[in-house]
Design a protein around this ligand. Structure first.
Ligand SMILES: Nc1ncnc2c1ncn2[C@@H]1O[C@H](COP(=O)(O)OP(=O)(O)OP(=O)(O)O)[C@@H](O)[C@H]1O
Length: 647
C-alpha cells in the first residue's frame, strides 16, 4: 500500500443533521429497514454498472472485477459490525461528496417545511422523502464507506467515515475491487442483529424480490456462501407465485417509498411485441411531483437488465406518479434515449401501458372508492393535465375526474362528470362550472345565486390547472361545459316565459341607469348590463364570452380578473332601483365604483386601487351618518331593505 494519505474533515449540510436526527428517532421502531435501504442502493448501483458497461467503453471487467454481480452481507460478532458490499458502479471522490453528507434532491425545502414535530406524521414524511443511505445511522453509531468508481484505478478509491453527528472524514485509499463496501459499527444494544438467522430473515422479508443474488457466508464454521434471496426478477415470475407482500416490498424498492402502494397492475403482453408491465400507483405524492424536473418513476428493462429511468418516453407527463418496471423483449440492450424517442416498440408499449393504467384507475374508482378518493387527493391535479395532454384518451380521463360541487356534502371532490350528468335537471343541457381562486370564494360567489334558486348543480373549480381543464374539455358526453361567470346568463329551457319577459322589461326600464353606469366606470368595464343571474347581490362581474383564452391567461397569472369584464346589475335589487333615481352624478359615480369594486371582491380578485375604494365608500357612509345627504332618510330605508334582501 502507498504512503498513508491525509484525512480531510467536512461538515454535513445542515439539513442532513436534522434529517438524521429525525430519522433515528422516528424510524427506530422499524429499524430493520436499514438493510432493505442499503441493499436497494447496492442493487441500483449494480443496475447502473450493467447499463454503463453497455454504453461506456473502458468498463470491461478485469481481475477481481470479473466475478459475478452480487450483493454480499456479513457480520462480525467480535467487531460488532455488519458489512454490505456490492460490485456495482461505485463512486468517485466527488460523487461521494455530492451524494453522501449532502441532500441534493428536489423537494428538500418542501420536505423540511412539511415537518410537523409529530413523530408519527414525520415518519411518514421521511418515508416519502426517501431514507436511503442515512438509515444506516438508525442502528450504527459509526459508518465506514469505501468505494471505487468503475473505470478508475485502484488507488483512486475513497473512504468516507462518520458518526452521523455533523461531520465526516474523507481519505484516499486503495481498493482492488470496484464497487462499494459499507461497514456499520453497531450502536450499543443492537447485538441482536449480529445473527445469521436474523439477517437472513430480514433480507428474505424485504429484499427477496431483488433480482441479483444476495449472498451471505454459510452459518457457523462451514466455509462457503449461500444465496439467501430468490434472485430472479419479480415481474418475470408467474403472478400466482407472487404475494401482496412481495409486490409491496418490490414497490418500495423501485419507488424509494416507505409506504405500501395503493394499487398495482402486472401484465405480460405477447403478440407483435413482447413485454411485461409491473406498474404501481403510490399512496402518497412524492415531494417533487410539482417540480419542473420531477422524476418519472418507471424503469425500463430489456430482458430483465435495467436500462434507464424514464424521462417521459414510457409514461406521459400526466402519469408521472406511476412507478414500476417495463421490461421489453424487443428493444436492443444498447438502446439509447434517442432510439427510444423514435421507436415503434416504445410507442406501442407506451400506449398500451397508458390504457392499462387508466383502466386500473377506473377499476379502483368503481371497486374501491375510498382508495380512489386517496388517489384523487394526491394525484387528481396531475391527472387533469391529461385532458389537455392526451387527446386520444381524453374521454377516459374525463370519466376519472372528480369535483366538489354545490351539492357536495363536504369540500372533498366527490362528484364525477357522470354523476353530474345523471343528476341534471329536466331541460338542463349544459354542465355548469364556476372557476374561483379559492373554495371559499367559489361557495359564496354571486354567480351561483340563480343556480341555487333553481336547484341546478354547479361544479366548483378552484385549482390553477382547472382553467386549462375547462378549455381542453369543451364537452362531456355531448353536454357542453359552461362557465356560470361568463357570457350572458342562459339557462335555456329551464327559464320560463314569465322570467324571460320580466328580464327583458327590466332591461328596458333600466337602460338609462345602465348608460350612466357605463359612463361613470369608463374603461374599467367593457360593458354594463342587467342580468337575471342574481337573486340577492346587487351586481357581479362576468367575462365576455369570446374572451375566454385571455381571461384564462389572466386568471392563471393571478389577477383574477377577466380581461374584458362586464358589470351585471340585478334589476330586482333595492339598491339598483334606488340608484336609478339618483340625480347627483358625483354620487352616482361613487355608487358605480363601489358596486364595481364589491363585485371584484366577490369574484375573489384584487381591486386596483383599494384606497380610492375606501374613500368613496366612506364618503357614501358619511352622508348616511350625517343625515346631510339629500334624501338621507330614504337612503337609510332603502339600505335596510337591501340588507334584508341579502339574507
Ligand atoms: N452502494 C452504492 N453504490 C454507489 N452509489 C451509491 C450507493 N449507495 C448510495 N449511492 C449514491 O448515493 C446517492 C444517495 O443515496 P441515498 O440512499 O441517500 O438516496 P437515493 O437512493 O438516491 O434515494 P432515496 O433516499 O429515495 O432512497 C444515491 O443516489 C447514489 O448515487
Amino acid at each position: 500500500m502507498s504512503a498513508p494519505t491525509q484525512q480531510e474533515r467536512f461538515s454535513f449540510q445542515a439539513e442532513v443533521v436534522q434529517l438524521l436526527d429525525l430519522m433515528i428517532h422516528s424510524l427506530y421502531s422499524n429499524k430493520e429497514i436499514f438493510l432493505r435501504e442499503l441493499i436497494s442502493n447496492a442493487s441500483d448501483a449494480i443496475d447502473r454498472l450493467r447499463f454503463a458497461q453497455l454504453t461506456e467503453p473502458g468498463l470491461e471487467e478485469e481481475g477481481a472485477d470479473k466475478e459475478e454481480l452480487r450483493i454480499h452481507v456479513s457480520f462480525d460478532k467480535d467487531a460488532r459490525t455488519i458489512t454490505i458490499t456490492d460490485n456495482g458502479i461505485g463512486m468517485s471522490r466527488q460523487e461521494v461528496m455530492d451524494n453522501i453528507g449532502t441532500i441534493a434532491k428536489s423537494g428538500t425545502r418542501e420536505f423540511f417545511q412539511a415537518l410537523t414535530g409529530d413523530q408519527r406524521k414525520d415518519a411518514t414524511l421521511i418515508g416519502q422523502f426517501g431514507v436511503g443511505f442515512y438509515s444506516s445511522f438508525i442502528v450504527a453509531d459509526r459508518v465506514t464507506l469505501t468505494t471505487r468508481r468503475a473505470g478508475l484505478p485502484a488507488e483512486e478509491a475513497v473512504r468516507w467515515e462518520s458518526d452521523g453527528r455533523g461531520e465526516y472524514a474523507l481519505e484516499a485509499v486503495e481498493r482492488a475491487q470496484r464497487g462499494t463496501e459499507l461497514v456499520l459499527h453497531l450502536r450499543e444494544g443492537e447485538d441482536d442483529l449480529l445473527n445469521h438467522h436474523r439477517l437472513r430473515t430480514i433480507i428474505q422479508k424485504y429484499s427477496d424480490h431483488i433480482s441479483l443474488p444476495i449472498v451471505m457466508p454459510q452459518e457457523g464454521d462451514e466455509a462457503g456462501e449461500e444465496t439467501v434471496n430468490r434472485a430472479s426478477a419479480l415481474w418475470a415470475r408467474p403472478k400466482n407465485e407472487i404475494s401482496d407482500a412481495d409486490y409491496n416490498e418490490f414497490y418500495k424498492h423501485v419507488a424509494h417509498d416507505f409506504a405500501d402502494p395503493l394499487a398495482h397492475l402486472h401484465s405480460k403482453m405477447e403478440g407483435t411485441y413482447e413485454y411485461t408491465l409491473l406498474l404501481f400507483i403510490p399512496a402518497t405524492a412524492p415531494f417533487d411531483l410539482w417540480m419542473p424536473e420531477a422524476r418519472h418513476g418507471v424503469k425500463l428493462h430489456v430482458q430483465r437488465v435495467f436500462i434507464m429511468d424514464d424521462t417521459g418516453q414510457l409514461m406521459p407527463n400526466y402519469l408521472r406518479f406511476v412507478r414500476g418496471v417495463i421490461d421489453s423483449a424487443d428493444l436492443p440492450l444498447n438502446v439509447s434515449r434517442e432510439i427510444l424517442q423514435s421507436s415503434r416498440v416504445v410507442d406501442n408499449i407506451r400506449s398500451s401501458a397508458v390504457k392499462k393504467v387508466l383502466r386500473l384507475l377506473k377499476d379502483l374508482a368503481e371497486k374501491e372508492p375510498e382508495k380512489y378518493a386517496t388517489f384523487w387527493r394526491e394525484f387528481g391535479d396531475v391527472l387533469k393535465e391529461g385532458v389537455a395532454e392526451d387527446y386520444s384518451n381524453r374521454d377516459e380521463i374525463a370519466k376519472l375526474l372528480r369535483f366538489t360541487t354545490t351539492k357536495s356534502a363536504t369540500d372533498e371532490p366527490d362528484t364525477s362528470l357522470g354523476d353530474y350528468v345523471e343528476r341534471m335537471k329536466e331541460g338542463q343541457d349544459k354542465i355548469y362550472y364556476l372557476l374561483a381562486p379559492t373554495p371559499a370564494a367559489a361557495k359564496s360567489s354571486p354567480h351561483l345565486e340563480i343556480f341555487r334558486k333553481k336547484g341546478i348543480e354547479v361544479l366548483l373549480l378552484g385549482q390553477a390547472i382547472d382553467n386549462w381543464l375547462v378549455t381542453s374539455l369543451p364537452d362531456f358526453e355531448g353536454k357542453r361545459l359552461q362557465s356560470v361567470a361568463q357570457g350572458v346568463s342562459d339557462l335555456g329551457a329551464m327559464e320560463d316565459e314569465a322570467e324571460k319577459e320580466a328580464g327583458e322589461k327590466a332591461g328596458t326600464e333600466l337602460s338609462g341607469l345602465v348608460e350612466r353606469l357605463k359612463e361613470a366606470l369608463g374603461d374599467k368595464v367593457s360593458d354594463v348590463r342587467t342580468t337575471n343571474r342574481l337573486t340577492t347581490s346587487p351586481a357581479c362581474i362576468v367575462a365576455d364570452e369570446p374572451d375566454i383564452e385571455m381571461n384564462l391567461m389572466r386568471r392563471m397569472r393571478g389577477s383574477g380578473m377577466p380581461s374584458r369584464p362586464i358589470l351585471e346589475i340585478n334589476p330586482e335589487h333595492t339598491l339598483v332601483r334606488r340608484l336609478d333615481g339618483e340625480t347627483d352624478e358625483q354620487r352616482l359615480s361613487d355608487w358605480a365604483h363601489v358596486l364595481y369594486n364589491q363585485s371584484v371582491l366577490t369574484l375573489g380578485a384584487r381591486i386596483d386601487d383599494p384606497a380610492e375604494f375606501v374613500e368613496r365608500l366612506n364618503g357614501l357612509l358619511m352622508t348616511l351618518a350625517d343625515g346631510t345627504g339629500e334624501g338621507a332618510q330614504e337612503t337609510e330605508k332603502a339600505d335596510a331593505e337591501a340588507g334584508s334582501g341579502e339574507e
